[in-house]
Design a binder for this molecule. Structure first.
Ligand SMILES: [Zn+2]
Ligand SMILES: [Zn+2]
Length: 228
């Protein structure tokens, strides 16, 4: 994580307008358009997390979908179907390569859903190495990559909070709670969108951001995504 810049907004209205307008850069991306229309997040677990652990993560992802009031479903993918192209013997996984592989695979299968990949391997991105419960999310591509320590036991609530946090990023909440200050909200509240996802709930400011993002998407696509 690099140096943080706090952006200030003078009113709730200014904040909502800003969040409404963030759709414009994503909507131009054809991968983004495809995965949001598919309305599905498919989990591939290549880690030693047990079935019940991954279920905790699935609950977190469903929490995020519920917060956004979307119609997305969360499914489990067959890891073996992509294992052949993944070199898991590599100590570190290259995030760029994984991204490319995932997108090619989706195209081939005519299933352009969003994906969540879970590994024990550290993930190497151009800017950092992700490990021990950390994750990387690519909003345009609809891809989240988690890395967990193979020798650690993670509590269900931790997994659920982390999964919710990352999928909220994926669903358009692409800032962290601490990175903005908006006059009109109490900014000093617990929130799942704080860097370490300390609690399960999203605060009013972050919930409004999510709602406005999807209003922007609906405005740009002339399609309905949010439940009535
Ligand atoms: Zn985050
Ligand atoms: Zn928040």
């Amino acid at each position: 994580m690099c140096a943080r810049l706090i952006t200030s907004f003078n009113s709730i209205k200014e904040w909502k307008n800003y969040c409404f307008n963030t759709h414009s850069s994503y909507i131009k991306n054809r991968h983004f358009r495809k995965w949001v229309n598919k309305k599905e997040i498919c989990i591939f677990n290549f880690s030693n997390l047990k079935k019940e652990d991954v279920k905790c993560m699935k609950f977190g992802m469903e929490d995020a979908i519920k917060s956004a009031r979307l119609h997305f479903k969360v499914t489990f993918g067959d890891g073996n179907s992509v294992k052949d192209i993944l070199n898991l013997t590599d100590e570190k996984i290259n995030s760029k390569k994984l991204l490319k592989m995932a997108i090619e695979k989706r195209k081939k299968n005519h299933k352009e859903q969003a994906n969540v990949f879970i590994f024990n391997n550290p993930i190497k991105s151009p800017s950092a190495v992700i490990k021990d419960g950390e994750a990387l999310t690519y909003v345009s591509e609809g891809i989240t990559i988690f890395s967990f320590d193979a020798f650690k036991k993670y509590p269900c609530n931790f997994l659920r909070r982390r999964a919710k946090h990352e999928v909220l990023h994926m669903l358009g909440l692409n800032t962290h709670h601490e990175d903005t200050k908006v006059r009109g909200y109490n900014n000093e509240v617990p929130c799942v969108m704080k860097y370490n996802a300390p609690v399960m709930n999203a605060c009013g400011k972050c919930k409004d951001a999510l709602a406005c993002f999807w209003k922007g998407i609906e405005y740009a696509t002339k399609k309905q995504f949010v439940k009535n």
